[in-house]
Ligand binder design. Structure first.
Ligand code: ADP
Ligand code: MG
Length: 286
């Protein structure tokens, strides 16, 4: 079942000279994890904002195309053009780059309760969702903390908990680790893996850590200058390492090394991960 179907998306921000998206089509199947990569300014964030309707409902501009999102549990479908963002946020949750910009309550518990409360849910249901979301994100016990006092990784996990409390079936994460230290990055990526594995969530992840994406994504979409430049499984994408390096996309070291070796006839295939390198090259493993 397709849970997102975006067709022919073009968008130009007001006052921008050029469109930031040009005829982009993008779809997601239930349970899929899609990685989005591409150089800075290629339209990754703009694409994310169209998936939960912030574009064109809250951020206006010249918008063309359609985005349909489906709730896999109920089969209901929504066009982002005709559905308020508040309703869409119960189907598609969007997590942004900077954790602080998404946190504005005095305690961890209030932060997570805020969304479900705004849906007008009964108090018991709100508390149950808070308990669940904090458990899933590993933040149980921190209910009374002041969010700015948490570590970067904890703050980003809290931002994710606040989104999860809306019970979306699709999670869109726009560079959720880029502001975090290595430990925070690990915490957040481990959480993303767990959300897929244990909660069957459909995930769109914009992430510069291609090591993680090439190991875990079902599919990768490469954006360049507002268009989809390339799309495929991590292996299909890695086979075209040369084209990617040309547009300035950083690939896992094992992919870059094996692509170079393959060009020189020293390796037969592309190594997606470091563990695949020795077998391909006949080099002894450590
Ligand atoms: N609010 C905005 N107003 C005008 N132009 C914008 C705005 N946000 C982004 N852009 C432009 O749209 C293009 C795509 O940006 P963005 O989607 O943020 O790319 P990415 O996330 O891949 O770095 C860039 O050229 C950027 O300058
Ligand atoms: Mg961006």
């Amino acid at each position: 079942m397709k849970v997102i179907e975006a067709d022919g998306l073009s968008f130009k921000y007001r006052r921008a000279e050029r469109p930031s998206l040009q005829d982009v089509s993008f779809s997601m199947r239930k349970g899929e994890m899609v990685g989005v990569i591409g150089p800075s300014g290629s339209g990754k964030s703009t694409l994310c904002l169209t998936l939960n309707g912030i574009i064109p409902n809250s951020i206006k501009g010249d918008f063309k195309g359609t985005v349909i999102v489906r709730n896999p549990l109920t089969g209901e479908e929504f066009s982002t053009l005709e559905t308020p963002v508040s309703k869409l946020s119960t189907v598609v949750g969007l997590v942004l780059q900077n954790p602080e910009s998404q946190l504005f309550n005095m305690t961890v518990e209030e932060e997570v309760a805020f969304g479900p409360e705004s849906l007008g849910l009964p108090r018991d249901e709100v508390l149950e969702r808070v308990r669940w979301a904090l458990g899933v994100t590993g933040l149980s016990g921190l209910e009374d903390e002041f969010p700015p006092n948490l570590s970067g990784g904890q703050q980003q996990r809290l931002a994710i908990a606040a989104i999860l409390a809306m019970k979306p079936s699709i999670l869109v994460l726009d560079e959720p680790t880029s502001q975090l230290d290595p430990r925070g990055k690990r915490e957040v990526l481990n959480l993303v893996s767990a959300l897929r594995r244990e909660h069957g969530m459909t995930v769109v992840l914009v992430e510069h850590n291609t090591d993680y994406l090439f190991r875990t994504a079902d599919r990768i979409v490469v954006m360049n200058r507002g268009s989809v430049f390339m799309e495929g499984t991590p292996r299909e994408i890695a086979e075209r390492a040369d084209d990617l390096m040309k547009i300035g996309v950083k690939l896992p070291a094992s992919v870059e090394i094996s692509a170079e070796l393959k060009k020189r006839g020293l390796a037969e295939d592309i190594a997606l991960t470091p563990d695949e390198l020795p077998a391909l090259t006949g080099f002894p493993s450590r």
